[in-house]
Design a protein around this ligand. Structure first.
Ligand code: FDA
Length: 310
C-alpha cells in the first residue's frame, strides 16, 4: 500500500510543469545514471560497453503519447535510423518501441498510424536479423497493443516481434493464456504506471505473486520468456524453477534497466545466463526518469543531492 501511495505522490508532483522545468534544468547529470545520453551514438556505445561484460542491449528511443501524425512519423524515422546505425556498428538491432510514440490511436488513410509505423520498424528489424519489443504502456492501451502484436507476429514471425505483460494488472494472466496459440516472446514486468485499483493490484505482495505465476506459466508453456525485474528473490526463485522443470537456458533471459543493479546483471552473465539491459536514450527523458524515481524512495534523495550539487 505504501508503495502505491509513494508512487502516486512522486508521479503527481513530477507531472507539474514547474517541477518538470526545474528537474530538466538541474538534474540531467543525475538522470544519466538511468539514461544513456541524448544521442543514438552514445546509446550504441553503451551497448558495446556492456558487451564487454557479456551483457546484451535493448535500445529504447525515449518518447511517448505523441498526438500529431507528423511527430509520430518523425519518431518512427528516428527508430528506423537507429536500427540502421546499430546494424552498421555490428550490433543486431534489438529495440523497444512504445506504440503511442509512433502514432497508435491516430488514424491516417483509414489505418492506425501506430500499426503502420510498427510494420515498417519490424520489417526493417527482420532484414537486419533484429527484434522489436512493443513496450506496454498504461491500461487503456493494452487491448490495442496486444491486438497489434497478434497482427505483427502473423506478418513477421515471433522471432522478430514480441511484447510485454504487467503483473500488476488483474487481466494479465488471462491475456497470457489468450496469446498462447502464438507462442509469443514476452517480457514480464511488474508494471510502472499509476493505475486505478479497479484494474491494478494495490498490494505489492500480490503483484510479486502474480509476477511469479506469469513467468512460470509462460515458461511451462514452452515460450521464450524475458524475466524483466531487479528483484533478487524472484530471480533466485526463477533459477530454481527452471532447474527443477528442466527448462533450458536458451528459453529465457533476464532483463534489467540500464544503471540499475549492474552488479547483479554482471553476476548473472558471469553465471552463463543471457542478460539484456534496457538502454533508454534521447532528449525526451523526463517521463521515463520520473517513473524510475517513483519506484524507489532512495532515488528521491539521490536526485535532490544531485540537483543541489548542480
Ligand atoms: P521492485 O520494484 O520490487 O524492485 C526490486 C528491487 O530492484 C528493489 O528493491 C531495488 O533494489 C531495485 N530497483 C527497482 N527499481 C529501482 C529503481 N528505479 N532504482 C533503483 N533500484 C531499483 N514497465 C511497464 O509498465 N512497461 C514496460 O514495457 C516495461 N518495460 C521494462 C523493461 C525492463 C527490461 C525492465 C527491467 C522493467 C520494465 N518496466 C516496464 C518497469 C517495471 O514494470 C518495474 O516498474 C521496474 O522493473 C521495477 O520493478 P522490479 O521488478 O525491479 O521490482
Amino acid at each position: 500500500m505504501f508503495d502505491r501511495l509513494y508512487r502516486s505522490a512522486v508521479l503527481g508532483v513530477a507531472s507539474r510543469k514547474p517541477v518538470e522545468d526545474l528537474v530538466r534544468a538541474r538534474a540531467w547529470s543525475v538522470a544519466q545514471r538511468f539514461v544513456a545520453g541524448e544521442q543514438s551514438t552514445t546509446a550504441i556505445q553503451a551497448v558495446q560497453d556492456l558487451a564487454r561484460d557479456g551483457i546484451l542491449g535493448n535500445l529504447d528511443l525515449l518518447g511517448e503519447f505523441v498526438n500529431s501524425p507528423e511527430t509520430a512519423n518523425i519518431f518512427a524515422e528516428q527508430v528506423l535510423a537507429l536500427q540502421t546505425q546499430a546494424a552498421a556498428a555490428g550490433v543486431a538491432p534489438y529495440v523497444s518501441v512504445k506504440l503511442s510514440s509512433v502514432g497508435q490511436g491516430l488514424t491516417v488513410n483509414g489505418e492506425d498510424l501506430g500499426l503502420h509505423n510498427a510494420r515498417r520498424i519490424v520489417a526493417q528489424a527482420r532484414e537486419y536479423g533484429g527484434f522489436v519489443c512493443l513496450d506496454m504502456e498504461d491500461h487503456p492501451r493494452v487491448d490495442v497493443t496486444l491486438a497489434q502484436l497478434r497482427t505483427l507476429i502473423g506478418e513477421f514471425g515471433r522471432e522478430h516481434v514480441g511484447s510485454v505483460l504487467q503483473s500488476y494488472l488483474y487481466r494479465s494472466e488471462a491475456d497470457r493464456a489468450a496469446l498462447d496459440d502464438l507462442r509469443p516472446n514476452l517480457r514480464i514486468v511488474k508494471g510502472a504506471y499509476l493505475e486505478p485499483e479497479t484494474v491494478a493490484m494495490p498490494v505489492k505482495a500480490d503483484v510479486d505473486a502474480a509476477y511469479r505465476r506469469l513467468v512460470y506459466s509462460h515458461l511451462k508453456a514452452g515460450n521464450y520468456t524475458n524475466i524483466a525485474t531487479h528483484d533478487p528473490e524472484i530471480i533466485s526463485d526463477v533459477k530454481m524453477f527452471v532447474l527443477s522443470h528442466g527448462i533450458p537456458r536458451t528459453q529465457f533471459e533476464f532483463q534489467m534497466l540500464y544503471g540499475i543493479r549492474r552488479d547483479l546483471q554482471k553476476k548473472l552473465a558471469a553465471e552463463g545466463f543471457t542478460v539484456r539491459a534496457y538502454i533508454p536514450y534521447g532528449r525526451d527523458w523526463y517521463a521515463y526518469f520520473s517513473r524510475r524515481i517513483a519506484e524507489r524512495p532512495a532515488n528521491v534523495m539521490f536526485v535532490l543531492r544531485g540537483m543541489l550539487k548542480g
